[in-house]
Design a protein around this ligand. Structure first.
Ligand code: HEM
Ligand SMILES: [Fe+2]
Length: 761
């Protein structure tokens, strides 16, 4: 077998990583904060039962869950983190309640020593773990019970009457019984965040959120593993530089580009032509998603209206944000699926029987799932689906928001896609020629996409939050930081080999090598999402170390970007290469954003001590946008352009709208982040370090004039971006209607190119 060592390394990394991810995950779920059988007070009152808390979790999920504020820092950023908010309000309620005995109206009015004494008493009482493993009860003081009564009424008011500054419309949750249940769930998340783990001096959530009133500060492990993660990152970069240095001499030279476009002679097969409508849907969804993003961002300043229009009546923040994220995933996935379907018959060399029908059936199914699930989310979040919310509405978990039935259907669609891919690739696989390893990698990454989506089916409606979070991150993280990276690398290498710009052998080696490197950090790196999600210290330590290693290849990704540019630029003998300029520019942008968005902004929030303060602040959307859109969105657009280019080779494009689109999209993204979201995030970070997580997310802090101005500063970047989106949409439309092709002297141009090619031959 070729590249034997690399294949063995890949096998080892996969097996070892999943053993660790699975084993440590299993233990982590076992040591999750318990859901008590009941919560009682020291004077014998039963506050509520465990199933009441679970009912409350379901209520929270059904109204949008993580799309409305955050729990344990996971979710959306306009409303508070309910854990930190509850904790702070509870602490202040108890402290203020004790102040009159000391002769002051409230806690803040007391002299420093008395404040310190009250605070110390509160800290001891809140941190003490009163969970009884035999009876399953948690015992709390009567004052904590009184705090619950008061806060249940308070949250009832927030969700019943709405809060503009949290972008919660009036009537978001009107059922009083449900409001109380949800408050019990908030209580439980706050209990887990403040109560010491058995035998330890830190809470179930590793002392997250930062809250000085109860002594929630970064743990020793949080500090030490952060330091280790920095050093490891530098070590990894050094090792890789060493490796590249040692390889330089032995590098083989890539072939000169052929004189003729190798794809020119190919006629698109029926199934390939059938993929065009997928790209039309991509274009529509993309424009829709950008519009929803603008609306969602705008709710950050106006709460429930859009430039004065009371839009939240039909499209509240929770739904616009759910749609914004879901549509992002849908259009990116659609462009990838279509690219796969487009490439497969070209690689296989023949069109399997009935392939076009399969491609068309999948299309109809995908459209049904996309629009069905979006409609379900709209109904579910507005409480119009009754008990069916989990199945047809929104599950309340970010990124896998769609109702369970849609989720299962989507999984089925992905499996069907895989089958279509396989039958088209089969003839090429059977040949076992030099393309075989690259094809296998392509197939493996294609298998991984549905497989890891299925991890989202591992929890149910009433699963413990820790279980749901563990599996949810399998989907999100293992996709974007694992197998998507592999898929992206393989597909781009593959396209370059099809254009005969790369030798298959060197492409295969490079792809295998980078796959091993990516996955050796990427799989266990999943734990960086779980540092503070009710997990033990082992998760934090492993997450910090392995995710730091993920950044190593990203630091050096500039090499790859240059390589791609060089391949298409250097060949003056092959003018046809110019036709692929814009798809390749999008691939170069993928590398740029992989470095900036995933590498820099990812690492900014990655060391545990950084995320301890930053979790749930705007620094996460800084990373989220630049990495998810910057890398995979840009890849989706590049792949789409590549396929549309290859569909009609030899017909020159009108490039101006495409050039405007490309630069507007990239500059707009950069401006959005640098002028608005990053400064907001960094100022919040300061507030979080100084005053606690609750404060950095509070309405009083987020609505100061400076913060409001900075939030408005999204407009320039968002506008430039939207202009780019529209130009791209216009250009793609023009590929269908014809207005995006050069007219007039086009025939002369093509003849000229042919003449050059003949001269070259
Ligand atoms: C192209 C690759 C990547 C993509 C598409 C991506 C995407 C995302 C997204 C969308 C989130 C937001 C999750 C949420 O809303 O809760 C996120 C969170 C996070 N990412 Fe990445 N990411 C990538 C690479 C990385 C890398 C390389 C690192 C660092 C090693 C990293 C570190 C993190 C961390 C620590 C969080 C958690 C932030 C929080 O919970 O507040 N990511 N990522
Ligand atoms: Fe991640």
């Amino acid at each position: 077998m070729q590249f034997k060592k690399l294949w063995i390394a890949l096998g080892f990394v996969l097996v070892a990583s999943f053993v660790v991810l699975g084993g440590v995950g299993y233990k982590a779920i076992k040591s999750a904060p318990p859901i008590p059988s009941q919560v009682v007070t020291t004077d014998g009152r039963v506050l509520f039962t465990g199933s009441y808390i679970q009912d409350g979790q379901n209520v929270w999920q059904s109204i949008g869950g993580q799309e409305i504020g955050t729990i344990w820092g996971h979710g959306s950023y306009v409303a508070p983190d309910w854990t930190a908010d509850y904790l702070h309000r509870e602490a202040m309620f108890i402290l203020d309640g004790s102040a009159p005995q000391l002769g002051a109206a409230g806690y803040e009015a007391l002299p420093a020593e008395q404040k310190a004494a009250l605070q110390a008493r509160l800290q001891t009482s809140m941190r003490r773990n009163t969970y009884n493993t035999e009876t399953g009860t948690i015992t709390v003081t009567p004052e904590r019970a009184a705090a619950y009564d008061k806060l249940a009424a308070y949250y009832g008011d927030v969700f019943g009457n709405g809060r503009v500054q949290y972008a919660i419309p009036q009537g978001a949750l009107v059922d009083v019984a449900k409001q109380k249940q949800m408050a019990a769930f908030f209580w439980w998340t706050a209990w887990a965040a403040s109560t010491d783990r058995p035998g330890q001096n830190y809470s179930y959530t590793q002392n997250w959120p930062h809250e000085e009133l109860i002594g929630n500060r970064p743990t020793s492990a949080t500090m030490v593993w952060s330091i280790i993660s920095f050093v490891l990152l530098l070590g990894g970069v050094g090792a890789l530089v060493w490796y590249f240095g040692s390889k330089k001499e032995s590098e083989e030279h890539e072939p000169a580009a052929p004189h003729r476009d190798p794809l020119l002679g190919l006629r698109a097969t029926p199934s390939q032509r059938a993929t065009v409508k997928y790209f039309v849907v991509v274009g529509i969804l993309w424009v829709l998603q950008v519009g929803l993003g603008a609306i969602t961002a705008h709710y950050g300043v106006e709460g429930t209206s859009f430039f004065g229009i009371p839009l939240a009546k039909v499209l509240p923040y929770t739904i616009s944000r759910t749609w914004h994220l879901q549509i992002a995933i849908f259009w990116i996935a659609t462009s990838w699926l279509a690219t796969g379907l487009f490439i497969a018959p070209a690689v296989g060399g023949s069109e399997p029987k009935g392939q076009r029908l399969g491609v068309n059936i999948l299309f109809v199914a995908l459209v049904a799932v996309v629009f069905g699930s979006l409609a379900g989310e709209w109904l579910g979040i507005q409480q119009k689906l009754g008990n069916l919310w989990f199945w047809f509405g929104a599950q309340g978990y970010e990124y896998v928001d769609l109702g369970r039935v849609w989720q299962i259907l989507l999984f089925g669609g992905l499996v069907f896609w895989l089958w279509l891919m396989y039958r088209a690739l089969k003839p090429a696989l059977a040949k076992r020629d030099e393309n075989y390893p690259l094809l296998m990698l392509f197939l493996v990454s294609s298998i991984a996409i549905p497989t890891f989506y299925a991890a989202g089916l591992m929890y149910g409606q009433r699963s413990h939050l820790v279980t749901a979070e563990y599996w949810r991150w399998w989907v999100v993280h293992l996709w974007v930081e694992g197998f998507f990276e592999v898929f992206a690398t393989v597909v781009i290498a593959f396209l370059f080999t099809r254009l005969q710009l790369l030798r298959v052998k060197s492409a295969t080696r490079a792809v295998l090598f980078s796959t091993v490197i990516f996955l050796s950090g990427g799989i266990i790196g999943t734990f960086h999402h779980l540092y503070f999600a009710g997990m033990p210290t082992s998760v934090l330590a492993l997450g910090a170390v392995f995710s730091a290693l993920e950044v190593v290849p990203l630091v050096l990704i500039g090499f790859e970007a240059w390589e791609n540019l060089r391949l298409t630029r250097s060949n003056t003998n092959s003018p046809w290469l110019g036709m692929y300029k814009w798809p390749v520019y999008f691939f170069v942008a993928v590398a740029f954003w992989n470095f900036v968005g995933a590498g820099l902004f990812g690492f900014m929030i990655n060391p545990p001590v950084a995320l301890y303060y930053l979790q749930g602040l705007n620094t996460t959307p800084v990373h989220g946008h630049t990495a998810l859109f910057g890398v995979y969105g840009m890849l989706g657009l590049g792949l789409m352009l590549f396929c549309l280019r290859a569909l009609k080779p030899g017909m020159p494009w009108k490039e101006k709208p495409l050039a405007i689109a490309f630069w507007c999209i990239n500059i707009g993204l950069l401006a959005m982040v640098l002028l608005s979201v990053l400064p907001v995030g960094l100022i919040q970070a300061w507030a979080s370090v100084e005053n606690g997580t609750w404060y950095a997310r509070s309405a009083e802090f987020l609505n100061t004039p400076l913060m409001t101005t900075l939030k408005w500063m999204r407009i320039p970047g968002d506008t430039i971006f939207a202009v780019g989106a529209l130009f791209l949409g216009w250009f793609i439309l023009g590929l269908l209607t014809g207005h995006s092709y050069e007219t007039g002297d086009v025939k002369a141009k093509v003849r000229l190119m042919d003449a050059q090619e003949v001269a070259g031959d």
